[in-house]
Design a protein. Structure first.
Length: 621
């Protein structure tokens, strides 16, 4: 599982030490395809002995290596701020290799968003920036808990054909891609686990016509109705050959745990798999709450960073990306990333020191040096120290389990629910919310993905506490124009005009604005005077790969019995709300997103019909 190589880089000889990436693939890694007749087929390939490694360069600080040894060495070697590609000179040769700087590779000019006019400043300041590794060491207290992204990749028909119609080639390249992604994200204490792959061999299951926004909308709708139901994952990324006029990809921001929007699209054109890894790292970064670095003071120790709007091929995340991800976790947007892969799901031979609690282990604090500061776990044995009941988790304090009923995750709004320790586990219960479609805000709105969605709150999020929704005439007038300040999304490359019945689901319109928005990215403000009032809208100019947060939020009540969904005002029945709180919870609770009663204090689950301590069978106490 460990191997070393001697390589020469720019006249200097280095030794690289590699170890098999044992967290890359789960035991039940699944590949889906379709027959010519359109029948779904699933395969569980034997991936127990893969050839994908990660490591470091001996004697060199801030070095990262991610390679495959399947047929020669093929991958990435990063030393400081310079990344090299390595691959065999001849596909049939394992001995002679070529090694080259990635920044010397000519590539198509592709963008992920609005271009920055300040590239010269970035270059001149490069030498004064600390490396990303150094920056993140300072943030270790914030990013100390490892997150796991269960990634699913879908490859379209044209890209499958580009690989010579070889399922094996596609699978090998996508596993290689996941290994590269993992080597990039590990600096943020995020691990990438590829849980599944779907290959469209004969037909594309969704339409790839139109612009990037159309394809992204089609993909996430298909994902919600199909993929989510058959394979658990945190984010799905679509790989397609078709380009979008220089746009390298598109993804939703901060949606990694969303059933409806945790996805992105990625253009894999005439570039290497190493360069493409930077594109997918960027789009996945959007799902993880990261905005573009442009027009912000961001450092990553290189001239450009992964979340730069231009597809630069960078392998470094910036300080801004780390802060954006921190905000996502603090706002509970990444709750699905906390589930540690179960021992039976982890593709690896268990060993003590991998910081994963494998079967037979009670804890795993890592290497002996990492364990020096851990009072609960013994290094080398991965057993609890004498007298310790636990070693980690929200329900573990000073190596002791917190009592059952201790609140470990508070409710953060009227559509969120608290969770409690159960007294027997060091982990807090999974995060639960009130069922989508439950009335909130004095029955003037609906709960949607744990948030009460209504216009006034959205205006206040952008324009401050005194702002409120503008009159309906503002939505109707402004959103009928079909420009950047008033639209219902995209149709191809052009903004789509809102019909009168969908106008309330287009660009958000506010009034009584007393303060300007304060964000890391400067938005453009538009004021439209209509019938004695001023309608305020905002365009964040986040780029062509990011849906605009100045639009009305999904799940907002747009009319009686209707909500906004994909810029359309549709029946709220699409939320499938089926909870009768009087019958099911006896008037003393609400239904959670599992359909179970969460009882008020003083009443006991599961039906809130007897005295108790409140909560639910899911969240405790």
């Amino acid at each position: 599982d460990k191997v070393s190589y001697a390589i020469e880089i720019e006249g200097n000889e280095y030794t690289i030490h590699l170890e098999k990436n044992k967290e890359l693939l789960p035991k039940d890694f699944t590949v889906y395809t379709y027959s010519k007749e359109g029948k779904l087929q699933s395969e569980y390939p034997d991936v127990q002995d893969h050839c994908h490694y990660q490591g470091y360069v001996e004697g060199t600080l801030d070095s990262v290596v991610a390679v495959s040894t399947c047929s020669g060495l093929r991958g990435l070697v990063t030393i400081g701020n310079v990344t090299y590609g390595i691959e065999p000179m001849d596909s049939s040769s394992d001995s002679k290799h070529i090694l080259y700087r990635l920044d010397n590779v000519k590539k198509e000019p592709t963008m992920c968003g609005v271009t920055t006019e300040d590239h010269e400043m970035e270059h001149t300041e490069e030498n004064h920036h600390p490396s990303m590794t150094q920056l993140l060491r300072r943030k270790r207290a914030v990013l100390h808990q490892t997150r796991y992204v269960e990634l699913f990749i879908v490859v379209d028909k044209e890209k499958f054909e580009d690989f010579g119609k070889s399922e094996t080639d596609v699978r090998e390249h996508m596993v290689q891609l996941a290994n590269y992604l993992d080597s990039m994200y590990i600096m943020l204490n995020i691990r990438i686990v590829l849980v599944g792959l779907e290959i469209w061999k004969y037909d594309n299951i969704i339409s790839t016509d139109g612009g990037a926004g159309d394809v992204l909308a089609n993909f996430v709708q298909w994902r919600e109705k199909n993929l989510v139901l058959r394979r658990r994952h945190d984010s799905a990324q679509f790989v397609l050959k078709k380009g979008f006029g220089g746009t390298a990809g598109m993804a939703y921001v901060g949606t990694v745990c969303s059933k409806s929007h945790a996805g992105g699209i990625n253009v894999f054109g005439r570039i290497s798999i190493q360069m493409f890894a930077s594109i997918m790292a960027h789009e996945l970064g959007h799902n993880l709450g990261m905005n573009h670095d442009d027009e912000r003071v961001c450092h990553c120790g290189a001239s450009s960073c992964i979340m730069s709007s231009g597809a630069s091929g960078s392998r470094n995340f910036s300080s801004c990306s780390a802060e954006d991800f921190e905000k996502l976790t603090l706002n509970k947007g990444g709750s699905c990333l906390l589930n540690v892969p179960r021992p039976d799901e982890t593709y690896s031979v268990p060993y003590c020191g991998n910081k994963l609690v494998d079967a037979g282990e009670e804890c795993d604090c890592g290497s002996p040096k990492e364990c020096e500061s851990d009072p609960c776990c013994e290094p080398g044995t991965c057993r609890l120290r004498a007298g310790a009941e636990c070693a980690y988790g929200d329900c573990c304090k000073n190596c002791r389990l917190l009592p059952g009923g201790t609140e470990c995750r508070a409710s953060n709004n009227e559509c969120d629910l608290p969770e409690y320790c159960n007294g027997t586990s060091q982990f807090c219960q999974p995060d639960f919310t009130i069922q989508n479609g439950h009335p909130c805000h004095n029955e003037e709105a609906y709960c949607y993905n744990g948030v009460c969605q209504y216009y006034d709150a959205q205006c206040q999020d952008i324009f401050g506490p005194k702002a409120k929704a503008a009159p309906n005439i503002c939505f109707a007038e402004v959103n009928s124009k079909g420009d950047r300040f008033g639209n219902c999304g995209f149709h191809g490359h052009d903004y789509k005009k809102c019909s009168s019945w969908n106008a309330m689901c287009g660009k958000l319109q506010c009034e009584n604005v007393k303060t300007m928005p304060v964000f890391g990215i400067k938005p453009a403000i538009i004021q439209t005077p209509i019938r004695g009032t001023t309608c305020w809208g905002v365009d964040f100019q986040l780029g062509s790969d990011v849906p605009d947060p100045g639009m009305v939020n999904e799940g907002t009540k747009c009319d009686t019995g209707k909500i906004c969904r994909h810029f359309q005002c549709v029946s709220a029945s699409v939320l499938n709300y089926d909870c009768d709180v009087e019958k099911q919870c006896h008037g003393h609770g609400v239904c959670n997103n599992n359909g179970n009663c969460h009882c008020e204090p003083g009443w006991a689950p599961p039906y809130c019909d007897t005295k108790g301590y409140g909560g639910s069978v899911n969240s405790g106490p």
